[in-house]
Ligand binder design. Structure first.
Ligand code: RBF
Length: 344
């Protein structure tokens, strides 16, 4: 009797164990890759965030069974760490991808609390952290090209160009990449055309206030500025409108932007974040992404550019200026011109 009971017990025990092992294995097999796409601030109006979402969507679409969810952290930066923690704490995501230079620092303490969580940063830099892969664009090169173009325009004879050798820059906030790479690149690019050109630099204080952006643009124009570089997310709309009204010009970072304000946007830098994110997420899904490494991407790598072949650019900017601008871009791309990129 006892033998029979023991036999039954072992049969049931092994059956349950086998079912558990089998179903676990099955679960592993069925479980596709889950990605959290985390957007600091909001997607709309910020080309790098729009591109990150689009690139991730494409990679996910090509891998049936994988999925992604987009989170917007909103404009209150004091809440970003807490919100990111609650996304990671769900344990649902094989990787979190996010974009902007402040995110690696914010995620370091979260990574300590969740040692299995992988993080991917684009437009941000961290090297040597085993849970993290990062990709930093050469913002000095992008900004140098835009400064160079702004200088050619302020010195040139386009209808809105005045006699003052003043260009300007409106930003949402200061941050190390801006202070060490973007602003110096913009200034150095301009001064490579004419050392006497000055840059009027203004800060809005947030990434959404289009009215304040428009006021700042107005006061810069009053002070003699005729070309303004703009990095302020959705607030840029205010600068486009003010410059449009007053017949002045804008240069823009990150994406093909001429059509956002034809005739006003006279130069568009480009970061190929869409392609980068597509490639990186594809590797993450296929388990070939190398974590623990930070990579720097330059014009010569094909991830930073200046958009020359655009109908609005061609119809707005005189050929003489476009030829000089293209020559600079090609020369940086080929390695003939090597810009000394400052360290972060
Ligand atoms: N760029 C945007 O276009 N939109 C944003 O909402 C935005 N938010 C940012 C927040 C922080 C804290 C930092 C450091 C940068 C942000 N950027 C944003 C700038 C972006 O990372 C990049 O430097 C510029 O777009 C120039 O390529």
């Amino acid at each position: 009797m006892l033998k029979k009971k023991l036999f039954c017990f072992f049969v049931i025990f092994y059956t349950i164990t086998a079912v558990m092992v089998f179903s676990n294995g099955k679960q592993e097999e069925d479980k596709g890759f889950n990605l959290a796409v985390v957007v600091p601030n909001v997607v709309a109006g910020s080309p790098l965030y729009e591109q990150m979402v689009a690139g991730a969507e494409q990679a996910i679409k090509e891998h049936p069974g994988s999925s992604m969810k987009v989170f917007e952290l909103g404009f209150n930066q004091a809440e970003w760490g807490e919100k990111m923690t609650s996304i990671v704490a769900t344990g649902l995501y094989d990787a979190v991808i996010t974009s902007n230079p402040s995110m690696p620092d914010i995620c370091k303490s979260i990574a300590e609390q969740f040692p299995m969580q992988k993080f991917i940063f684009v437009d941000g830099y961290i090297d040597g952290h085993p849970q993290m892969a990062s990709f930093l664009y050469n913002q000095y090169e992008q900004s140098y090209m835009l400064g160079h173009l702004s200088a050619l325009i302020t010195k040139g004879d386009m209808p809105g160009s005045n006699a003052d050798l003043k260009i300007g820059m409106i930003v949402a906030q200061e941050y190390p990449v801006l202070n060490k790479m973007i602003l110096p690149g913009f200034k150095d690019g301009a001064k490579s055309v004419d050392p006497s050109i000055t840059v009027d630099f203004r800060i809005i204080g947030n990434w959404y206030d289009a009215n304040k952006a428009s006021e700042l643009a107005g006061s810069m124009i009053d002070a003699g500025v005729d070309v303004i570089g703009v990095i302020c997310g959705g607030a840029a709309q205010g600068v486009f409108e003010e410059c449009g009204k007053q017949g002045k010009y804008v240069v823009f970072w990150d994406d093909v932007s001429y059509s956002k304000a034809p005739g006003v946007i006279v130069g568009s830098g480009a970061l190929y974040q869409n392609r980068l994110v597509y490639e990186v997420i594809t590797k993450a899904i296929e388990n070939t992404l190398e974590y623990g490494k930070g990579q720097k991407l330059n014009v010569s790598d094909g991830y930073v550019g200046f958009v020359t072949e655009d109908p609005d650019y061609i119809s707005t900017v005189p050929e003489e200026i476009r030829i000089k601008q293209k020559a600079l871009f090609e020369s940086i791309k080929s390695g003939e011109t090597v810009l000394q990129t400052p360290e972060l």
